[in-house]
Ligand binder design. Structure first.
Ligand code: IMP
Length: 198
C-alpha cells in the first residue's frame, strides 16, 4: 500500500523510511505537491498529530499518517511539551530552544524527562493513534552532532551517549518515534489486506 507521511521534517522522514517494511511505499508531502505548513493549532501532542493527518487526508485524499512529538521535562511540569518546536520563540531554532531549556534547568537536580510521539493514521477505513515514549534525562551541555531538536542534550535511560551521539540506526532502536512506528507497522500488517489498493 502507498502511505503519505505528513511531515516537512526531512530528519523524521529519513528515520521513518528505515523502519517501514517494503510492502509500504512511503510518499512525502513534496511528492504530493503539498508545500504548505500543516496546521498545528491544538494544545496537546495527540490533538496536533490528528490535525495534521486529517488536513492531508481531507485535502489530498490519500491514506496518510502524521506524527507530533515533544519533550516533556518533569521538573518543568511537562514543559515544553506541545510547545517544544517554538519553546524559545517563533524562530523555531533548535539551539535557542536547548539554550532556554538548559537555562531553565540551571542548578536543578531533578533532570528526568521524556520524548513523546503520537502517530495518527487515517485511511478510508481506519483511524488510529499510536504512542511512543523514551525516558531519559537532560544533561548540562550539548553533545553530538547528529539528529535534530533536543537530541544533543537528551541522555536516554540506560545509555551513555546522547541521541545526537548515536547513528540514525541506533536512534531507531530506542526512540519514541520508532516505538510508535513499530505499533503503526504492526497495525498495518494486520490490516494490510483490507487496506491494499486504497
Ligand atoms: P514536531 O511538532 O513533532 O515536529 O516536534 C516538535 C519539536 O519537538 C521539534 O521541533 C523538536 O524540537 C522536538 N522533537 C521532536 N522529536 C524529536 C526527536 O526525535 N529528537 C529531538 N527533538 C525532537
Amino acid at each position: 500500500m502507498t502511505l503519505c507521511f505528513a511531515t516537512n521534517n526531512q530528519h523524521k522522514l529519513a528515520e521513518v523510511r528505515l523502519l517501514l517494511p517494503k510492502e509500504i511505499s512511503l510518499v512525502s508531502l513534496k511528492d504530493l505537491g503539498c508545500n504548505e505548513e500543516l496546521p498545528e493549532e491544538q494544545n496537546t501532542i495527540s490533538g496536533n498529530s490528528f490535525q495534521k493527518a486529517a488536513y492531508v487526508f481531507e485535502n489530498y485524499k490519500v491514506s496518510c499518517f502524521a506524527d507530533d512529538s515533544g519533550l516533556e521535562v518533569d521538573a518543568l511540569g511537562g514543559m515544553p511539551g506541545v510547545d517544544s518546536a517554538h519553546y524559545a520563540g517563533p524562530q523555531r531554532s533548535f539551539d535557542d530552544n536547548m539554550n532556554l531549556l538548559l537555562a531553565n534547568l540551571k542548578g536543578a537536580r531533578k533532570r528526568s524527562a521524556q520524548f513523546k510521539t503520537v502517530i495518527t493514521l487515517i485511511t478510508r477505513t481506519n483511524r488510529a493513534q499510536f504512542e511512543g515514549i523514551l525516558r531519559g534525562e537532560i544533561i548540562n551541555e550539548k553533545l553530538g552532532g547528529s539528529g535534530f531538536g533536543y537530541d544533543p542534550i537528551f541522555l536516554p535511560v540506560g545509555h551513555s551517549l546522547t541521541i545526537a551521539q548515536m547513528t540514525m540506526a541506533q536512534k531507531n532502536t530506542i526512540s519514541h518515534r520508532a516505538i510508535a512506528v513499530r505499533k503503526l507497522v504492526e497495525f498495518l500488517t494486520n490490516n494490510l489486506t483490507a487496506e491494499s489498493g486504497k
